[in-house]
Design a protein around this ligand. Structure first.
Ligand code: WTA
Length: 679
């Protein structure tokens, strides 16, 4: 319950209240070609058939050794899937496609500068490059199964190559979003215990070639100070053979150009290491309620089976499709639905380096037209931005989507309809997929040829995923009552994370303690998984997700912990107290607003506000930049001295602050309100 007390303003509280929308049905043309058209799938994956239903997903993969136990619950709630099985993710995403499809494009890499050539990497080419790099990682970097490696790379073809090379060796990769700062990268290096960092010298973003190597220097230095020495920094070059970050010298004996080293590994082949199904494949850090990001540990067999199954049935990927997920591989969406899911199915997956609106709002549609993309996947924040700056652009281009996805945050029905009518030209089926870093793959979504779409609603639970909404007391909220509550999942599923890296207690506390029926139980029925989102279930069993119930803000579909931002603000010596609240934003969905109080005797100034904002960008990355830094005389506080974030949240969102008479300092509320109104 302690965790509950600190939640004083949440996304769910500022959630918009949309009405129930009408249903949309996919075209017969779509249904005729779809991978999954059998409504019986829900029955096959019902709780009565759990867990054996997931054999269907496991059988999409090639196993070195077939598993003997579907689900082992003996270490509840750390579930083990497909126990006894041996498998390699790199083999499943690359080698097994060669016999029939070696000449097929695996990855279309689209550089941001439009004058640069698109690179089409075939499965054979991918195989060669993954093998050579795996040989380098093993023989030069000394990596072996179970070691961790931190990758801090932007959207380049070398990123999936790096991941697949790690997976080939059983090395656990931890990719840090390229936009994160050196500091944020250092924290993840330390937590995961990586002594090798893989990075890139530079990449394009919004027309600029950014120096990325400088972040590696910061990361390696800070990690060293925190007790984790980085022995080797492997630097891919944006332009092979040329160093694009010359102002940041390479450190002798620590930094190496991958392209130079690779010459010694030409032609080398590395046997994929058969890994136990439950061996960790990767870590993905995500924000939680405390300052420290959590390393979500994903296993190999369960994860790969789940992302392959959902890519096939929800993304409707066929080998002949051209599939473009515009997310970043630095987030879970990219891991599951750019790299592992699509490549396991032998898809052609597009990787775009840059921002969607560069050089103009027609860019995504030109890429789609030129590569003949027919499955498109993005987040509401990008859809809102493209709708705002180029509402008529899609009509100018000759592409044809059969399927589109929205992911990462709730999508407003108005925005959904633009996506449907204008981007999808009224022809594409849409899936609104709700899930999390922790869950590995989709939790709720429609099955595009089976369940109709409803704007603003994620849809029913996925086959084999059985959601339930609990109220604060743990009572089930029945469907159709219009009441919101905490959405949980009743059963485990193969894609779920295994634990928080190195912190099992936190794993159990955060996700299971609240609604656990019996902490000693080894029966999965006693361990509902708490997602941390608020939701309502309509009469027809569709779930509408309202947002986070905890101290997490979803900015442009990316999760940021308020505590993380607050600790970053407190790095500035002048700052005594900091409080972050989510504010509704037209394009980003949510944005952080930062309130700070200074140490006694100090004066507010625009320079100081700037310094605090810069500190946050430095500590975390630009993505966390506050909309505004409000320097206030004092924070609104309860008599026991707790900051009332609820009041600040109401002020930032121009809502009624409610009764503040019980505060220790009610006068400050008026003062802050006036300040906010004056802007
Ligand atoms: C939110 C991203 C509404 C939700 C895959 C969740 C969504 C958090 C949706 C996870 C959706 C994700 N509709 N909200 N379709 N998808 N969310 O870990 O609050 O970056 O808990 O994973 O995003 O964010 P994460």
């Amino acid at each position: 319950m302690a965790e509950k007390e600190i939640v004083e303003t949440s996304e769910a509280e500022i959630a918009v209240h949309w009405g129930e929308e009408k249903l949309y049905h996919p075209s017969t043309e779509f249904i005729a070609q779809a991978n999954m058209t059998d409504p019986g799938v829900y029955e096959r994956f019902s709780l009565d058939n759990f867990p054996n239903c997931f054999k269907e997903y496991a059988d999409l993969l090639d196993w070195h050794e077939y598993w003997h136990t579907m689900l082992d619950t003996s270490d509840a709630p750390c579930w083990k899937w497909f126990v006894g099985g041996k498998i390699n993710a790199s083999y499943n995403c690359v080698d097994r496609h060669l016999a029939k499809n070696k000449n097929k494009t695996a990855i279309h890499f689209v550089p941001e500068p439009e004058e640069e050539k698109v690179e089409h990497i075939t499965y054979q080419e991918l195989y060669v490059r993954v093998n050579e790099f795996a040989a380098l990682l093993r023989d030069f970097a000394g990596l072996k199964a179970g070691d961790r490696v931190t990758i801090h790379m932007p959207m380049l073809a070398e990123l999936p190559i790096t991941m697949l090379a790690c997976a080939r060796l059983g090395v656990i990769h931890s990719e840090v979003f390229g936009g994160f700062s050196g500091r944020a990268c250092a924290d993840r290096i330390v937590d995961s215990g990586s002594n090798v960092l893989i990075t890139t010298d530079a990449y394009y973003r919004a027309g600029n070639l950014l120096n990325h190597k400088e972040k590696a220097d910061v990361a390696a230095d800070l990690a060293g100070k925190d007790g984790q020495k980085v022995d080797k920094v492997l630097v891919w070059q944006r332009y092979p053979g040329k160093y694009s970050a010359e102002e940041t010298p390479m450190v002798e004996g620590r930094d190496y150009f991958v392209n130079d080293l690779l010459k010694d590994y030409y032609g080398r082949r590395v046997d994929p290491v058969p890994m136990p199904a439950e061996a960790p494949l990767f870590l993905m850090y995500t924000s939680g309620t405390t300052g420290k990001p959590k390393g979500c540990q994903h296993g190999t067999g369960g994860y790969l089976a789940y992302v392959a199954g959902t890519s096939k049935y929800v993304q409707d990927i066929h080998p002949e499709d051209v599939y473009w997920c515009m997310a970043d591989i630095g987030w879970i969406t990219g891991h599951s639905y750019i790299v592992y899911g699509p490549l396991a199915l032998c898809a052609s997956s597009v990787i775009y380096e840059g921002v969607p609106n560069y050089p103009d709002a027609g860019r995504p549609w030109r890429i789609a037209q030129n590569l003949d993309v027919n499955i498109f996947h993005t987040a509401p924040t990008a859809i809102r931005a493209l709708r705002k700056i180029g509402p008529d652009e899609p009509a100018k281009y000759n592409y044809k989507f059969k399927h589109m996805t929205t992911v990462g945050e709730p999508i407003e029905p108005e925005v959904w309809k633009w996506y449907y009518e204008v981007v999808g030209k009224g022809k594409a089926a849409i899936v609104d997929t709700w899930w999390q870093t922790e869950t590995g793959g989709f939790l709720c979504s429609t099955i595009p040829a089976v369940t109709p779409m409803k704007p603003g609603s994620a849809g029913p639970g996925m086959p084999g995923i059985h959601p339930v909404i609990y109220d604060e007391e743990g009572k089930v909220i029945a469907r159709g009552t219009g009441k919101a509550g905490n959405i949980c999942i009743q059963n485990p599923w193969p894609g779920g994370f295994q634990t928080i890296w190195g912190d099992r207690d936190r794993f159990v506390q955060t996700y299971y303690a609240r609604y656990c029926k019996n902490p000693d139980s080894k029966d999965w029925r006693d361990w509902p998984y708490m997602t941390g989102d608020a939701a309502v279930e309509s009469e027809d069993g569709y779930y509408r997700i309202l947002g986070r119930i905890d101290d997490v803000i979803n900015v442009s579909g990316h999760r940021l912990g308020t505590k993380e931002i607050e600790s970053a603000a407190l790095v500035v010596p002048e700052v005594a107290e900091a409080a972050v609240v989510p504010v509704a934003h037209e394009i980003k969905g949510r944005e952080p607003d930062l309130y700070v109080a200074l140490k006694p005797g100090l004066e507010a100034s625009p320079e100081l506000a700037q310094k605090i904002s810069d500190a946050i960008c430095n500590e975390i990355g630009k993505i966390a930049k506050p909309r505004k830094v409000w320097i206030v005389r004092d924070m609104p506080k309860t008599r026991s001295g707790k900051i009332m974030r609820r009041v600040l949240g109401a002020i930032s969102n121009k809502k009624d602050v409610g009764d503040v008479t019980t505060l220790a300092n009610p006068d400050i509320v008026e003062e802050i309100k006036k300040m906010a109104e004056a802007g």
